[in-house]
Design a protein around this ligand. Sequence first.
Ligand code: FAD
Length: 536
Amino acid sequence: MPDQTYDAIVVGAGHNGLTTAAYLSLAGLKTLVVERREIVGGACVTEEIAPGVRASTTSYIASMLRPEVIRDLKLGEHGLKMVACEPGLQSVFEDGDVIPWWTEHERTVAEWSRISATDARTFDRIDKRLKHLAAYLQPFFLEEPPDVHARGFDKVKEGIRMLRRFRMIKGDEVTDLASFLTGSLGEFLDRNFESDKIKRMFLANNVYGMHSPPYRPGTSIGLLFHLLSGGSDDVQGFFGHVMGGMGSITNAMADAARGFGAEIRVNAPVQRILVHNGRAYGVALEDGTELRARTVVSNADPKRTFLHLMEKQDVPEEFRLSVEGIKMAGPCAKVNMALFEEPRFTGMPADADPNRRSLATLVPTLEGAERMYDVAKWGEIPEDLWVDCVVASNVDPSLAPEGKHVMTCFVQYVPFELRSGTWEENRELLGRRVVEKVGRYAPNVPGAIEAMKVITPLDLEQTYGLTEGNIFHGDLNIEQLFFMRPVPGWTRYQTPVRGLYLCGAGTHPGGGVTGAPGYNAARRVLKDRKAARKQR
Ligand SMILES: Cc1cc2nc3c(=O)[nH]c(=O)nc-3n(C[C@H](O)[C@H](O)[C@H](O)COP(=O)(O)OP(=O)(O)OC[C@H]3O[C@@H](n4cnc5c(N)ncnc54)[C@H](O)[C@@H]3O)c2cc1C
């Protein structure tokens, strides 16, 4: 083996890579992070989109960021400040109705009673039931998924761990859990609610980023996923604005990692992960530099890691085929706007405070979403779009010069692969359709645009490094979660290449700005190193 320069090299400075690097450095490992872009953060960044106007260009709301990570890395001391979204979600409808989903349960029950008293009562019951069920899954977030391949004593240990996690579960909860993990969101909503608008409130929260329409089996899992907790106070179903934009999270993580001794290099794209005799021993950068380490941890998604950053002969064939089979096909885009004035959404109450005025989801009906998905599935951009608008400058005025505003628009259900033409040819069309859509709800927006940046699914791949534009490094369907993520048999951050680990959203528990995969991966690396030391 050649000389070791670092104990660990992390490929990619997304929030999970930074989390892993921080924990490894904290444990005393000489750690290097190499990032291909000129900034750290991956899909969790703040970037200037017009002079003095800064946007969370990709991810835009912090929800499940683990309190353990916030605490251990002292992210608050490194400048992280979050303000709870209040309401947590808010939909604006064609008829001028604006419905908030307050974080306080009783307040939402009261608010929704004016739409449908029956649905408000059902919500009262179901929300509590869902929160209870989500609590069973919560501990798995910062644990490795159950090892279904364990043998002998390890199998017994895994059995005991599962038993402990579910020992209090009642029969009804088991059936509920099975139904939420496998059922469709659409059917669940149709069974339980009568009001079209209330159904749309749930839809607005539960399939983002998924390559699935709401009536597809498995989509109701979003109901539980979004009730996992996050934020410094570990609140179930937390939604937060990050002061300074989402990049403040990753800048704080990078500062923390450096403070523990990590080295971070940007503009350092990795061309190859170096392997000798089935063991990773470092990386080669695109500029030819070779860097060596006993442990290599990839924050890049599994497809990018194994199909692009490694020689074919270095990846066992069966494993490579499983990785090739991971479903990606990201269905999202983002349109970020710098505005000369604040968007005025029709129907927004006159006494709405800036926090409330910062959220406006333009969510379709269940049938409308199904139709949009169908159009996108065949490679076309739906004429009518599902757009989630956030005017972050209402809560954080530092994001734009006085009087100006920044609005980010997340778009659900666009194709990664177009049926005809290229994304470059269709960029303007997507931007135009988003502006038209927003203009129907906030008529002052089209005339107030100073600058607009359209991020197509292809940009997500090319600029942000997300294979096929998948915002979660792999679709969050039940087939690709838990002990199936990233691929069956390799769900504990290790890979068939010794010394090579994964730490990104493609691993358990999946995507979103959580820090959980990065935290779990660091623990696995440290555990393995300890075991190896013992053996020696
Ligand atoms: C448009 C959009 C909206 C989203 N909205 C939200 C939201 O509101 N809330 C939320 O919680 N989540 C949201 N997400 C999801 C969330 O941002 C991601 O799932 C999460 O940030 C992934 O983090 P990660 O660290 O695992 O990977 P990434 O952030 O993808 O980081 C991987 C890093 O590896 C780098 N890399 C790749 N290849 C190489 C190489 N060869 N050499 C060196 N470096 C390399 C990349 O440049 C990147 O920096 C959104 C994502 C997108 C794209």
